[in-house]
Design a protein around this ligand. Structure first.
Ligand code: IFM
Length: 442
């Protein structure tokens, strides 16, 4: 595929040639009317109408329009998923017209010369699978494998990279620990079974795809997080960092070792452990005053991306399969893109083999139990009319793509970030000073 036309500028921080630049979505979050999925029923029972997915962005019908935007914005790659519950709405009954639909979707990306990264499972299950216990039931592994075999037979010619499973850790956390998502039976054993079955499903499907389509790299999209202690010399906080890093960032890779052609990394979270009066340390709430945060209260911490990339790098290529910010008025997205990509650049310069970046998300979409309020899109969706409007930050990303790197003209934003960081640092110091003077501060 011809790379986007590059602009020459000696001061540009250049990325490797043939770097993939794109955005990501998932079927349930953008398509609309996925009535055969477990989420659909759960929403009708548990969520007020404003938090139900409904027609979502209607991308099921508007995919050509959205893909034209991808082209217009100069992306050379796109990550998307297919919806199992559409393709196999009842056990063993495959809906050919839905397979046809996805063939059209994928073909239209290929006609635009866009590299396709396809996710085979992104959080939603057909109702009939959820009725037998979902991923807690070992049978789901074989059902998933059968689905993958059936559908990839047809769509494989239009796919360049496979992602087997999206964010197994987040799925378990939201379903079993937070209990904010459908599927929880509330048992810790269920949690463990789910983790092991997801790992087995990845391995099974990896082996099948690897053998059948040897030229198409396969990975898993993992939510990885950067961790930090709040007080450098707190042993409890140090232990928490090591433990959390293993569970969140390494456990799934460990369970599925040997079955990754690349590491797919979704990066959103920087976590600071803060020793408290309790036995276990607390996680600092970044929205309490003096951190730079997104609309969801998630800390904006670009350096964490450098840390996880250098930590996970072990010779396997890495694709950043998701990284994005919820910002309704788009005010922080420019700086987000530049500073996070600057960290990717630094990681590459340090020897990490990063080969692509997929911003989350192309368009605003259904953010699961939080509904449509969080706005992650490079493109705004007006949910009343379903009209799409390109946000200014999308053009900053386009500029970066056109330079295949960060041009000098954009680097000045990083200067602003340094200033902003200094302001935050002063506020933090002040906060710590106040804390030290609190009578019961340890
Ligand atoms: O919207 C989600 C996506 O489904 C998985 N990764 C994180 C995104 C933002 O929360």
């Amino acid at each position: 595929m011809a790379p986007p036309k590059e602009k020459h500028d000696h001061k540009t921080l250049k990325f490797p040639p043939s770097f993939l630049w794109g955005a990501a979505t998932s079927a349930y979050q953008v398509e609309g009317n996925n009535v055969n999925a477990d989420w659909w029923d759960w929403e009708q029972k548990n969520q007020p109408p404003s938090l139900r997915s409904g027609i979502a962005c209607d991308q099921y019908n508007k995919y050509e329009q959205d893909f034209a935007l991808i082209k217009q914005l100069n992306h050379n790659a796109h990550r998307l998923s297919i919806e199992w519950s559409r393709i196999e709405p009842r056990e063993g009954e495959f809906n050919n017209s839905e397979i046809e639909h996805y063939l059209k979707v994928l073909k239209s990306l290929k006609e635009l010369k866009i590299k396709v990264m396809l996710t085979l499972w992104h959080f939603t299950l057909p109702k009939w699978v959820s009725n037998i216990g979902g991923w807690e039931n070992r049978k789901t592994i074989n059902f998933f494998e059968r689905f993958v075999k059936r559908v990839t037979r047809e769509i494989a010619p239009y796919v360049d990279f496979w992602i087997t499973i999206n964010e197994p850790g987040v799925y378990i956390y939201q379903t079993y620990i937070r209990k904010e998502w459908p599927g929880s039976k509330g048992s810790s054993l269920g949690q463990i079974k789910t983790a092991l079955n997801l790992a087995s499903a990845h391995k099974k499907v990896y082996r099948y795809l690897h053998q059948t389509y040897p030229d198409k790299p396969i990975g898993m999209a993992q939510n990885v997080q950067s961790f930090q202690t709040y007080h450098k010399h707190s042993l409890v906080e140090q232990i928490s960092v090591v433990f959390a890093d293993f569970v969140a960032n390494h456990l799934f890779y460990f369970l599925t070792r040997g079955t990754h052609d690349f590491l797919g990394i979704n990066y959103y979270f920087h976590v600071r452990f803060q020793n408290s009066q309790r036995i276990l340390p607390e996680i600092e709430d970044a929205s309490q005053g003096y951190r730079d945060i997104s609309d969801l209260g998630w800390e904006i911490y670009p350096e964490g991306l450098f840390d996880v990339l250098t930590d996970l790098s072990d010779g396997i290529p890495i694709y950043i399969t998701e990284c994005g910010i919820a910002s309704t008025n788009d005010d922080r997205r420019n700086r987000f893109l530049i500073t996070y990509l600057h960290e990717v650049y630094r990681a590459i310069k340090s020897g990490v083999d990063v080969r692509g970046f997929f911003y989350w998300s192309l368009v605003d979409n259904f953010e699961w139990s939080k509904g449509f309020q969080p706005r992650f899109g490079l493109v705004e969706v007006d949910y009343a009319t379903l009209e799409r409007r390109i946000r200014p930050s999308a053009l900053v990303y386009t500029d970066i793509i056109a330079h295949n790197g960060i041009p000098h003209s954009l680097l000045r934003f990083i200067g602003h970030t340094v200033q902003a960081a200094e302001v935050l640092e002063k506020r933090l110091k002040e906060e710590l000073r106040k804390k030290r003077h609190r009578p019961n501060h340890k």
